[in-house]
Ligand binder design. Structure first.
Ligand code: SF4
Length: 260
């Protein structure tokens, strides 16, 4: 079986930026002699178990609500962003907020607010349980598609990690990684191809890459660790394309390649 590394794969600009901000926050405000964590992150900074484990080992504390953060501590907003009420609650609690929201996500928040200022609501297309979408839905005038009244003029924003072939408004990093999978599967010329996607179990863009491979007629597998590779049965595959989600560290990707 031939193995082909698909490109681009792995960290997008928004994830790399958020992790850098997390590391800088730890360097500036991390454990100060008494062992107590002083940098908190609301939700997983990005959906990668490895990244979260590494930052936890360096002293970052991951929480699910602002109320869990002690007064005066530093709160990092994850790359997925948060509803405006979170920033308001953090400021009211006296927290120092560092916003690592991806600029693509911030742009969508601004679009919803601009539409609201013009008196228009904005449909949010995406998974309502995903942190990014929950953040949008907290903006004034944001709503789910099913809440729109007949003939109501509305704006529209899309979760950045949906399938770019089906939705406009998906971010360029997602689009490029998906296109690499599509091109690989389309160029198989009758060979038996499969795609292995490396990435966190909760990562939406990782799930999408596997879906796109399957929709193109290839077999697809997902792994979040190098150990999982030994349990996979690739059968009589001619070529295996290997890619990774936008929040997957290159070190994990390389470990999976070594396992293969
Ligand atoms: S996948 Fe796109 S929107 Fe999400 S963090 Fe990366 S660049 Fe930003």
């Amino acid at each position: 079986m031939k193995i082909e590394v698909l490109s681009p794969h792995g960290f997008c600009g928004g994830v790399a930026r958020a992790i850098k901000m997390a590391q800088e926050a730890l360097a500036a405000h991390g454990r100060e002699g008494n062992g107590a964590a002083t940098v908190y992150c609301l939700h997983e900074i990005v959906h990668s178990e490895q990244v979260v484990q590494e930052l936890t080992a360096k002293g970052m504390c991951f929480v699910e609500s602002v109320e869990e953060v002690p007064k005066g501590a530093v709160l990092l907003i994850s790359a997925h962003g948060a509803p405006p009420a979170v920033s308001d609650a953090a400021v009211a609690r006296g927290l120092r907020v560092i916003d690592a929201t991806c600029p693509f996500v911030t742009e969508n928040h601004q679009t919803i607010r601009a539409n609201f200022a013009k008196g228009m609501r904005t449909i949010v297309v995406g998974d309502p349980d995903h942190a990014e979408v929950r953040g949008y839905l907290g903006e004034p005038g944001a709503c789910l598609p099913e809440d729109v009244k007949p003939n109501e003029p509305v704006g529209r924003v899309v979760q950045t990690t949906l399938d770019a072939a089906a939705q406009e408004g998906v971010c360029t990093a997602t689009r490029d990684r998906q296109q690499a999978v599509r091109d690989f599967v389309a160029s198989s010329c009758g060979a038996s191809v499969g795609v292995l996607v490396v990435g966190g179990a909760k990562s939406a863009n990782t799930a999408r890459l596997a879906e796109i491979a399957e929709n193109g007629g290839a077999k697809a597998w997902r792994v979040s660790s190098a150990e999982e590779v030994s349990r996979l049965d690739f059968g009589a595959l001619d070529v295996l394309g290997v890619t990774s989600g936008a929040s997957t560290p290159e070190s994990l990707f390389q470990a999976v390649l070594r396992s293969l």
